[in-house]
Design a protein around this ligand. Structure first.
Ligand code: DX5
Ligand code: ZN
Length: 226
């Protein structure tokens, strides 16, 4: 199993002081920055574009930036985020005409690529593109907003995705595929989420809503290791 990564979602950060808040959460022990991109089309909300990603890089943020595209279509924005300093770029398969092409374009641009599955979206297409996927992101809420409750059926889906990833990586030496979970992750449920197979944990409100980021992240790590 890959080392667990804690990925605070900047959707819940102090957006008026974004650079400073991201620095603070990284200093508090976070591993990667989860960057939620919403377009008021694929999801009913609107957030940040590539200029904000580039601004974080110029501010001196060197940690991996995990760009979660909730946009339709995908390809033009993915290319702009690759230029803006994204590390991972994930998108929802139903938001692009050509899933394989979109994944390949992200990899060709030098980023790690991933697919995001909504709570009721089957994992069907995944098996055809395992060789182009570096991250599988399961939504455990319906995308669009922070602060929602974890949907319990996500645990079985995590087990399903974990089995697919383990079967693939067992026969493909050197390939690493992360299994990320996004939505309603808290200190009190992260242990069962990890046990179900996740290795990368997005948490927005649970971390940025806490007064002590370091204590919250440490508590999450302790639960995962328990
Ligand atoms: C929802 C986003 C999430 C969200 C998670 O569309 O993809 O990343 O910010 O927020 P919490 O952790 O508060 O559920
Ligand atoms: Zn997200």
């Amino acid at each position: 199993r890959l080392a667990p990564l804690i990925a605070p979602s900047i959707l819940s950060a102090n957006l008026a002081r974004l650079g400073d808040d991201v620095e603070r959460v990284l200093a508090a022990g976070a591993d990667i920055v989860h960057f939620d991109v919403m377009d008021n089309h694929y999801v009913p909300n609107l957030t940040f574009g590539p200029a904000i990603c580039e601004a974080l890089r110029k501010h001196g943020i060197t940690a991996p930036i995990d760009v979660h595209l909730m946009v339709e279509p995908v390809d033009a924005l993915a290319a702009l985020f690759a230029k803006a300093g994204a590390s991972y770029i994930t998108f929802h398969p139903e938001a692009t005409r050509h899933i394989d092409r979109s994944l390949q374009a992200i990899r060709d641009a030098g980023c790690k690529a991933g697919l995001v599955f909504n709570p009721a979206t089957p994992l069907d297409c995944l098996k055809y593109v395992m060789d182009k996927v570096d991250m599988v992101l399961l939504m455990s809420v319906n995308p669009g907003f922070g602060g929602q409750s974890f949907i319990p059926a996500s645990l079985d889906k995590l087990r399903e995705a974990r089995a697919l990833i383990d079967a693939y990586t067992a026969s493909h030496a050197g390939r690493e595929i992360r299994l990320e979970i996004d939505g309603g992750v808290k200190v009190d449920n992260i242990r069962e989420i990890a046990a179900a197979g996740a290795d990368t944990f997005v948490a927005g409100s649970a971390i940025f809503g806490a007064t002590d980021y370091a204590a919250t992240i440490a508590a999450m790590r302790a639960e995962i290791a328990r």
